[in-house]
Design a protein around this ligand. Structure first.
Ligand SMILES: Cc1cc2nc3c(=O)[nH]c(=O)nc-3n(C[C@H](O)[C@H](O)[C@H](O)COP(=O)(O)OP(=O)(O)OC[C@H]3O[C@@H](n4cnc5c(N)ncnc54)[C@H](O)[C@@H]3O)c2cc1C
Ligand code: SF4
Length: 337
């Protein structure tokens, strides 16, 4: 029996490999020219500082072993069910048929230019967490003048837990990402002062709380409870930020060399499109499943399943567990149909 998997990120690949081992014929469709675009732009991963590149290679090795070759540059733009057969259509109007479909179209990082008050794209010293990852990957952490930054501020919850952006949800990964990046920065440049501005710190995963303590006790990273209201450029090319330390009840001004915006996750364009085309859209445009506890991989349509960050923000270990759970449900569905 045939299974169509849309999206060759962590979720799509893990499910593809699991289902292939169970003997199913897999068609894996990917809109980009490579797998795992959302992992290739990272250097080290939380919580254990393992290399993202190694993980990407491991995923590609697993696909190779199962003789699954993704169809690259294949963006699915339509999906419909005719009797028991699912038909996906790509941007070139080519169609693909299968007995079951797994949506694994993932997320897109929040676009920081939407938060104009922080000046992303306007002031050179304002960057996102992904820009910082790029600097780590190039081994080139510099301010606007090409110098090692003396003071760096991180701002949490940019585009998440934010009514103005329309995203009331927590993106789950950005608190621990800030802690991880701050530690990485301290290891490279121990003299750089680092301040993390937060609303609350959500260290929900195993080992995260310990890493947060380590950041304070071993690396001397400062955590300030308060939002930054705005950022502006100073005449000497630094960034001036205005904030309030809500624990101390004090207004605060600082002039860091870099302001790092911790942008969260939004549904990808493909996730939004397919969720809407299947009437499975939840309030933020992620894919809606039947029940988040008992049937989190099943949708309201027979034979249509969803896994990974197309449903909500998740870390990689959660995505992998979710993808395997989806594979079990798909196997059960196909055995009974
Ligand atoms: C700044 C940041 C740092 C992070 N750091 C970590 C970390 O250190 N550790 C950790 O555990 N997690 C981390 N994460 C989370 C991690 O990136 C995700 O958990 C993981 O990449 C999600 O995998 P996925 O397969 O669900 O989605 P994605 O990786 O988004 O994969 C979806 C795939 O579907 C494809 N696609 C989309 N639409 C279509 C379409 N219409 N047709 C065909 N293909 C399509 C995409 O091109 C993509 O390849 C981080 C996230 C962010 C934002
Ligand atoms: S994980 Fe932290 S930074 Fe990200 S949205 Fe949640 S509380 Fe904000």
């Amino acid at each position: 029996m045939k299974i169509l998997i849309i999206g060759a990120g962590a979720a799509g690949i893990e499910a593809a490999v699991t289902l292939s081992k169970l003997g199913y014929e897999i068609t894996l469709l990917e809109k980009e020219s490579q797998t795992n675009t959302n992992l290739r732009n990272k250097m080290l991963l939380f919580p254990d500082f393992s290399e993202a590149e190694r993980l990407v290679k491991e995923f590609d090795r697993k696909l190779f072993e199962e003789v699954i070759t993704p169809y690259y540059n294949t963006e699915v733009v339509g999906l419909e069910q005719k009797k028991t057969i699912w038909i996906a259509t790509d941007a070139n109007q080519t169609t693909y048929q299968a007995d079951a479909v797994l949506i694994a179209t993932g997320y897109t990082p929040f676009d920081a230019t939407r938060k104009e008050e922080y000046g992303y794209g306007i002031y050179n010293g304002v960057i996102t967490s992904l820009d910082l990852e790029e600097m780590f990957r190039k081994n080139n952490i510099t301010n606007a003048f090409g110098e090692t930054p003396k003071k760096v501020c991180f701002l949490q919850c940019v585009g998440s837990r934010d009514e103005k952006s329309g995203n009331n949800y927590c993106s789950k990964i950005c608190c621990i990402t800030a802690v991880k990046q701050a530690i990485e920065l301290k290891k490279i440049s121990p003299k750089t002062e680092i301040y993390i501005f937060y609303m609350d710190l959500r260290m929900w995963g195993q080992g995260y709380e310990e890493l947060y303590r380590e950041a304070q006790e071993q690396y001397g990273i400062y955590f300030i409870r308060g939002r930054i209201s705005e950022a502006a450029a100073t005449f000497d090319g630094k960034i001036q930020i205005k904030s309030e330390d809500t624990l101390m009840g004090l207004p605060l001004r600082m002039t860091p060399d870099l302001l790092v915006l911790m942008t969260g996750m939004e549904p990808s364009k493909g996730t939004k499109l397919l969720a809407s085309c299947c009437n499975c859209e939840e309030e933020y445009g992620f894919f809606k499943t039947i029940n988040p506890i008992f049937a989190d991989q099943k949708t309201s349509h027979a034979g249509l399943f969803a896994a990974g960050t197309c449903k909500r923000p998740m870390s990689i270990p959660d995505v992998l567990a979710d993808a395997r759970a989806a594979a079990v449900d798909i196997d059960e569905y196909l055995k009974n149909s």
